[in-house]
Ligand binder design. Structure first.
Ligand SMILES: Cc1cc2nc3c(=O)[nH]c(=O)nc-3n(C[C@H](O)[C@H](O)[C@H](O)COP(=O)(O)OP(=O)(O)OC[C@H]3O[C@@H](n4cnc5c(N)ncnc54)[C@H](O)[C@@H]3O)c2cc1C
Length: 386
């Protein structure tokens, strides 16, 4: 028989982005509630950078994440064969080691449980891999992205190298998309974040149909891109890779039902990411504030509220899934760059609202009308298929 060794009002299973932000928001707005986080890794947040547009966050959200933002830029650039453009919209990167430090500062040490895999999760507690148990009033499953048979997905996949260069790169801000590269495996572009005058994260990225990522080949393309820009790499500081979901269609209720009722799905596990990018930072900030402000923080109440919230967010995003239908179902892979090129020809405020998930009806009409990069009958077939 196992005995519960600890108890928390709220227990977060998995100590990544979403769990970390929920814990910070609870510490700030509900200091009366005891919160624990169990993470299998050695640090909270792993080894990540999380970037977002400044306009994706409310003032309150911006305040919550201020301690974990390491870099901010006032504008960013995009490059396509027919034009390059500066967009005057802030961009920022949060670092996972700052999330770890913020948690250590905000929560008591007994609440921060590292190096501890969780083996089983129920609405009232968890069993750890070492068979110890922790009981809780509410259990939140924050174990991140997972496969789901209820979501039809395309993928944003990438390999990024954070590099130190021999000489300054000369960039003043990020290049979010440099699509002036050979088109392979769907839409390919390079994403560069200049952290200091001589360091940058360079990611070779694909909007692709399949999950497969040849890490060595893609890392070599990062080196080739750096050479093409005249940048000589002195050393690799850090590497990251990802295969992120871009939702085309799905059944959100069935997806959420894969997590047992009473265990609260949060973060990527609740499909809280932008369908056009697979990025979840702004959603994680919004969810953290939403949870911290719930009137009732017992397990059943949080579960109901968060599932309703995830369905509501899903329902507001049908437009982005429609565009993914065009991108992944209707367009041939070699046509995808043309779709993005046309989109980035639209106005700054429209692009800003698109990534914040706040496209207006006139925005949607503007995105869908005009000279289509793919023939209309094929676009309609792609939308109706499935
Ligand atoms: C390389 C990469 C770069 C990304 N960059 C961005 C970006 O720039 N901007 C953006 O908005 N999004 C980005 N994303 C997408 C997304 O925002 C991140 O994946 C984000 O970390 C997801 O948050 P999460 O809390 O849902 O899951 P995670 O942050 O992945 O957290 C899940 C945590 O659960 C832990 N865990 C899993 N199983 C167990 C277990 N059994 N027991 C204990 N712990 C467990 C894991 O170790 C992990 O720490 C990126 C993703 C990747 C992979």
């Amino acid at each position: 028989m196992t005995v519960a060794t600890r108890h928390f009002d709220i227990l977060l299973v998995g100590g990544g982005l979403s769990a970390g932000l929920i814990a910070l928001a609870l510490a700030r707005y509900r200091p009366d509630v005891s919160v624990g986080i169990v993470e299998q890794g050695a640090t909270f947040g792993g080894n990540h950078t999380w970037s977002s547009f400044a306009s994706d966050l409310s003032p309150e959200g911006a305040e919550l994440v201020a301690p974990i933002i390491a870099h901010r830029w006032p504008s960013y650039e995009i490059r396509f064969p027919s034009f390059s453009r500066q967009l005057h919209s802030g961009y920022q990167s949060a670092f996972s080691h700052r999330l770890h430090d913020a948690l250590v500062a905000a929560l008591p040490s007994e609440a921060l449980i590292l190096g501890t895999p969780v083996a089983a999760v129920t609405p009232t507690g968890v069993t750890l891999a070492n068979q110890q148990t922790i009981s809780a009033g509410a259990v939140l499953d924050a174990r991140g992205q997972r496969a789901s048979q209820h979501l039809e997905l395309g993928f944003q996949k990438f390999v990024g190298l954070e590099v130190e260069l021999e000489e300054p790169h000369g960039l003043e801000g990020p290049i979010i998309m440099d699509a002036n590269v050979d088109q392979l495996d769907g839409y390919r572009f390079v994403y560069t974040l200049p952290f200091t005058a001589t360091t940058a994260m360079i990611e070779d990225t694909y909007f692709a149909d399949g999950l497969q990522l040849d890490r060595a080949a893609v890392a070599e393309r990062v080196h080739a891109y750096a050479r093409s820009q005249g940048w000589r790499i002195r050393r690799i500081i850090r590497e990251e890779d990802g295969v992120l979901p871009m939702t085309i269609a799905g059944d959100i209720r069935a997806h959420l039902a894969t997590i047992p009722e009473g265990v609260v799905p949060v973060g990527m596990a609740a499909a809280l990411f932008h369908p056009a990018t697979g990025y979840s930072f702004p959603d994680a900030v919004r969810l953290a504030l939403h949870v911290a402000k719930l009137p009732n923080l017992n397990g059943a109440a949080i579960d109901r509220a968060v599932r309703d919230y995830a369905v509501e967010v899903w329902n507001t995003r049908s437009f982005y899934r429609l565009l993914n239908k065009m991108l992944f179902r209707a367009a041939y892979p070699h046509e995808r760059r043309g779709i993005l090129e046309r989109f980035y020809g639209l106005s700054d405020p429209l692009v800003k609202r698109f990534y914040a998930g706040h496209s207006t009806i006139p925005d949607k009409i503007r995105v869908l009308t005009g000279k289509p990069p793919i023939p209309i009958p094929r676009a309609i077939r792609g939308i109706l298929k499935g």
